[in-house]
Design a protein around this ligand. Sequence first.
Ligand SMILES: Nc1nc2c(ncn2[C@@H]2O[C@H](COP(=O)(O)OP(=O)(O)OP(=O)(O)O)[C@@H](O)[C@H]2O)c(=O)[nH]1
Ligand SMILES: [Mg+2]
Length: 461
Amino acid sequence: MSKTDTIAAISTPLGEGGIGIVRISGPEAFVIALKIFECPQRGKDTFPEPRRLYHGYIRNQDRQRIDEVLTAFMPAPHTYTREDVVEINCHSGIITLRMILKLILNCGARLAEPGEFTRRAFINGRIDLSQAEAVMNIVRARSEEAVRVAARTLQGELTDKINQIRDELTAIRAPLEAWFDYPEEFQDGELLAGQMKKNLGRLRSEIKDLLQGVERNRVYQEGVSVAIIGRPNVGKSSLLNALLRQQRAIVHEMPGTTRDMLEGFMNLGGYPIRLVDTAGIQGSDDPVEKEGIERSRHAAGRAKLLIMVMDSSAPWEEQDMEIAMLRSREQGLVIVINKRDLDKQLKVEMLQDMHADAEIVETAAITGEGIGMLEEAVTRQLDHLFGGATEAPAIISLRHEELLSEALESIVEAETALEIHPLELVSLELGNAFDKLGEITGETVSEALLDKIFSEFCLGK
Ligand SMILES: Nc1nc2c(ncn2[C@@H]2O[C@H](COP(=O)(O)OP(=O)(O)OP(=O)(O)O)[C@@H](O)[C@H]2O)c(=O)[nH]1
Ligand SMILES: [Mg+2]
């Protein structure tokens, strides 16, 4: 792939719409655009002014006008790719967009590969690799929080943090290298080792802080699974409907109505939530019901948070204990005492003793009473599980997470090596950590990896 040719692509989704944009980037961008763009408002010989929208027409090879457009000419280096860029805003019809693109390609541009505009922004040094990946995360975000997190990375928060840690690594390593070259200058090797140990400890906790935010951001990006579990007929499906604000699940007075898992999607406190309704858990001989109950247990096992529903008007049963035991220590728990509009029979002291950290909410799914409190309790539990919002820069991809973990491992190895020498090993591990962090920002990264990362982008980005 040549880095200096001129590329073009349709940058808006293909389909009928108000405006579609065809983008051209590279040294020939202006020349090509001027061949097909007729602009009555501009004198024939004058070159277009930078970053101004010109009204005009796209003409085909037979000089026929095929669309009325607005075109912007943006000279390097203050552009998305840092190259000359032209954007043609035309009417968004599939055929129009394709006709204009074809004209541009016929004039000598090459069709851009997926992510190639962003790749050029990276290669030309406008953004680093973590920022390029953030662009993709913004496009793919499924919640407002995911957009905010990716936008912070795009603005360079992670870049700055990684570069700061790399600078610190260099500073820690420098006296070590000097010691290798001029050992006679260093009378006190112990003092040097002591200082390094302290500095490495600090770096270790900085990287750990970054890694701690990983799970939270993954949740914002990919969503979190919340399962509603309980005995039959306690009102699980009614609660799902109330939370989703739609009649998603069948509700019936007959126990055993929900036979299979059913899910719906909602957003609470910035968390994209996959809410799963399950079959009521009880002893059963019916093979279909048994299979459904087995699936309920599975869904409960996979969820990050359980909403355990109980019927306020029914006394505590042995089965409730069994259901309560499905909760693992890593899972959040909200206990819902539903049907609060009826006479109260239920005592939950035993449950409270068992799960002191759980939230208890009373609801009447039938009237919607307590649903707001339930939503707040769910959000609080998720904040508790994932740490809520913090100021630490966000880690947005598995790639970053793996590299940070490897850098952390090297630092821990270096700390151990400090105890037992040789110091060459310490230096080697620190060098390794430095390189791994450099891969996050793209400082040290292979072409093959770049190909892989950018191939996941959409066309025209
Ligand atoms: N009085 C009263 N009835 C309710 C309430 N919530 C649900 N119900 C009724 O309880 C019955 C069972 O409700 P569902 O939502 O189907 O219960 P479920 O837990 O999904 O039941 P299964 O799918 O059989 O496990 C229905 O007749 C509901 O109308 C409530 O808050 N108060
Ligand atoms: Mg149900």
